[in-house]
Design a protein around this ligand. Structure first.
Ligand code: NAG
Ligand code: NAG
Ligand code: NAG
Ligand code: NAG
Ligand code: NAG
Ligand code: NAG
Ligand code: NAG
Length: 348
């Protein structure tokens, strides 16, 4: 668990700051169109560090330390990045103000609660992981406890969107726990993927049954390219070279099937996969041919490595071994914006 602990140390911290969107501009193009989002006004967020905007304990090392947040808001904010992350960009695209974090819900001006809430905690999975924070089931429990109270009524939910991130902590936990026995990893990974996606399906169905009408779930990213896997020199690297790509495609296959099944159960297309897998590849492989998206010169090298910060976080795609920079997320959301707005605004 050593390198994992180091990783965690470099990941996990707090100063909540409400976001006023600064210069993030993914939605610029849709601003001239009609306002299709006027009825959609709350964002609820579940999952892990790819979407956590500040729930982890401020005493956690790493994410609550320099240089996290150096680009935005200029100090650590609990985001696992130098600045804005996916949650910020999705909220902006949907023209919903940033939701508050569950951790800060009692400290904020009550009017802020109308924009929704994030229950996501960095390091978590659908099952127990290395992080001692609520798994996704427990996050949904927290959400359910707030329903029917003055905070959120049924009618509030009918105009809301949920973002549900399962970015791979269940798999990283399993691989790390078995890093000395490749056979266990090789034979255990597929059953685990099936369990994870099955539980994800249960979670998605539950969020919908609680009243959220539109639910977005990202596909698993091409984890074989994250520096955590691709730039590790030991056995982990050797093993993961073989299995990570397959892990990702199996997970995404099953996820597509689950989501198709869920959409059949519901009368409208309640569930949408946000195709991070292809969007990440598009950005990583971009040599300048995509209008409006500058290529990253060395997209596979993280900006913050082993305690050393790169010269310019805006020129890096990966922030650390696992997470994207603000510029990385911005590019991904530029690639995805048309599909996301189409999926989340077509509403029956
Ligand atoms: C944060 O961590 C500190 C020290 O470990 C602990 O005393 C405190 O209860 C934690 N706070 C929360 C909200 O979990
Ligand atoms: C989630 O965590 C709770 C509390 O620790 C536990 O009781 C539950 O079994 C976990 N759920 C899953 C799906 O692992
Ligand atoms: C996952 O769900 C499928 C379909 O419901 C089922 O056939 C399979 O046995 C489940 N797998 C696991 C590991 O739970
Ligand atoms: C990790 O990346 C750095 C920078 O590109 C490189 O110098 C180093 O050799 C790489 N290590 C491994 C094990 O791939
Ligand atoms: C990983 O693979 C390389 C090249 O195939 C090999 O030289 C090295 O010994 C392997 N490392 C471990 C820890 O198995
Ligand atoms: C990471 O930093 C530590 C302490 O500064 C150093 O001892 C180690 O060699 C560095 N590792 C790499 C791969 O650069
Ligand atoms: C957008 O959706 C279309 C139609 O499903 C698909 O062909 C295309 O690859 C998607 N683009 C991205 C960037 O996900």
């Amino acid at each position: 668990m050593n390198s994992l602990m180091k990783l965690l140390a470099s990941l996990l911290l707090f100063i909540f700051s409400f976001l006023i969107f600064g210069d993030i501009d993914v939605a610029a193009e849709s601003s001239s169109q009609n306002h299709p989002f006027s009825g959609r006004n709350k964002l609820f967020v579940f999952g892990d560090s790819y979407v956590d905007i500040g729930n982890t304990n401020t005493t956690d090392k790493g994410v609550w330390d320099y240089p996290y947040g150096i680009t935005y808001p200029g100090k650590p904010s609990g985001r696992f990045s130098d600045g804005h992350i996916s949650t910020d960009f999705l909220a902006q695209l949907l023209r919903i103000k940033l939701p508050v974090t569950y951790a800060k819900k009692d400290d904020v001006d009550k009017t802020r609660l109308q924009y929704g809430m994030s229950f996501a905690y960095g390091g978590t999975g659908v099952f127990k992981t290395y992080a001692d924070y609520p798994n996704m089931t427990a996050q949904i429990d927290l959400f359910e406890q707030l329903l029917g109270t003055v905070i959120y009524s049924q009618s509030d939910l009918s105009s809301s969107v949920a973002l549900v991130s399962v970015a791979g902590n269940d798999y990283i936990t399993f691989i790390e726990a078995n890093r000395d026995s490749p056979a266990k990893i090789i034979f255990g990974i597929r059953p685990l993927i099936e369990k994870v996606v099955n539980q994800t399906e249960v979670n998605l169905r539950r969020i919908h049954n609680l009243g959220v009408k539109k639910i977005a779930i990202p596909s698993l990213t091409p984890l074989q390219y994250i520096p955590y896997f691709s730039n590790s020199s030991d056995l982990l690297h050797n093993v993961t070279q073989y299995i990570v790509k397959d892990l990702v495609s199996y997970h995404n296959d099953l996820l597509h099937k689950s989501v198709a099944k869920l959409n059949k159960e519901t009368s409208h297309s309640a569930f949408t996969i946000i195709d991070y897998y292809n969007a990440f590849l598009t950005v990583i492989n971009n040599k300048g041919e995509i209008p409006g998206i500058l290529p990253f010169k060395t997209p596979l090298i993280e900006c913050y490595r082993n305690g050393t910060l790169c010269d310019d976080p805006r020129s890096a795609f990966f922030w650390d071994g696992i997470h994207l920079t603000q510029e990385g997320w911005k590019s991904v959301y530029k690639v995805l914006r048309h599909n996301i707005t189409a999926a989340l605004t077509n509403y029956v």
